[in-house]
Design a protein around this ligand. Sequence first.
Ligand code: P6P
Length: 336
Amino acid sequence: MSITRTLGEFIIEHQNHFPHASGDLSSLLGSIKLAAKIVNREINKAGLVDITGSVGAENVQGEEQQKLDLYANDKFKAALEARGQVCGIASEEEDEAVSFNKELNKNAKYVVLMDPLDGSSNIDVNVSVGTIFSIYHRVSPIGSAPTAEDFLQPGHKQVAAGYIIYGSSTMLVYTTGKGVHGFTYDPSIGVFCLSHEKMMIPATGSIYSINEGNYIRFPTGIKKYIKYCQEDAPEDNRPYTSRYIGSLVADYHRNLLKGGVYLYPSTQRHPDGKLRLLYECNPIAFLMEQSGGKATDGYQRILDIKPTELHQRVPFVVGSTIMVEKVESFLQQYPD
Ligand code: P6P
């Protein structure tokens, strides 16, 4: 593998694109990089040590917490607190936002929201999982404890966002609003190396990702879209291929590279959908728009939604623009 730029070099290089950059964001991204390496190490040996399975507790979502969920949460939280750029975090694994009160965090200007290990129920069956992160400037006064407003900002205010996918290889993919760039981890030297610069999603594709087990509980427009995907229409490379891993980061990453659309619509059981706005949909939507795709709740741009609660859910349609707009057209045509 030819030696390319490392993630650290790339971050510093791009820091110079921000005239007033103080280096704080670069250092913050560096702490995420460190935590990603630590979590990656544990995931890669999960089958060998007693760190898979559940801890017998539930998170605020009422979901069974996996040991690695909590491990990942602790490592990212510690890494983000250690360098002084972050004044607080929100996490799928924390009921409330966590304020960092050490002296070195007092003048921090960022907050971070994260899903420390998305799709973790797949760990035991060796399926790819991911970490998702979202970074904002705090809006409350520097020097005070972070407030709810710092965490309840609309997605278009994000400063940076990204994910780590722990798959056949481990990758860190992020944006600071100047394109999306992917780095593949080389464990032999412990470095993330630039492997996918300026990642752009194809305008259309032939993959749709949805849990069809919920079919009877979907809105009519979604049912009609699924049947549309299955129709034989060679001019539009249909019938499409159904690919659904049950791990958002893995489904998203595949569709980003090949073109496609991921849907988690509202259902009778989850009227607001299942995915969380703040630390799943917003960061993924920021990345998707930076890659030339689209992300909506079926009707409105995800990044324009004004959050009201830390763990609120939204229906989610994300992927190739032409495919997302086809989903939206069916929802318009068949309002329930
Ligand atoms: P279902 C994992 O729990 C997750 O949040 C996403 O990563 C994934 O796409 C979705 O939920 C899977 O949900 O209901 O299809 O199992």
